[in-house]
Design a protein. Structure first.
Length: 95
């Protein structure tokens, strides 16, 4: 199952309803791809499974570091949560 590591987006189940009101189950999958994302705080590239919509959201917010710091911990994967904590520690040390 494809799931975004930064937002937790996964497959969605819905019904396709015909004109005669026959309901057919269908599944929609997010456009999840492996991408290398640059962290300015850590000064390195990190590889994540990211949905295309999450990439657009990252660019809108102003970069990976700002985006991941605003995300809730429960929506992040273990790898993303570890990266978030590393970024927080690095930013705290710089201050």
């Amino acid at each position: 199952m494809a799931r975004c590591e930064l937002t937790g987006k996964g497959p969605v189940v819905s019904n396709l309803v015909s004109h005669s009101n026959i309901k057919t189950k269908s599944r929609s999958f997010p456009n999840v791809q492996y991408k290398r994302v640059y962290s300015e705080a850590l000064d390195e590239l990190i590889r994540f499974k990211v949905a295309a919509s999450s990439i657009r959201s990252m660019e809108h917010v102003g970069g990976f570091d700002k985006f991941i710091l605003k995300q809730e911990d429960k929506s992040l994967s273990l790898k993303a949560l570890e990266t978030k904590k590393r970024i927080q520690r690095r930013l705290k040390a710089k201050k």
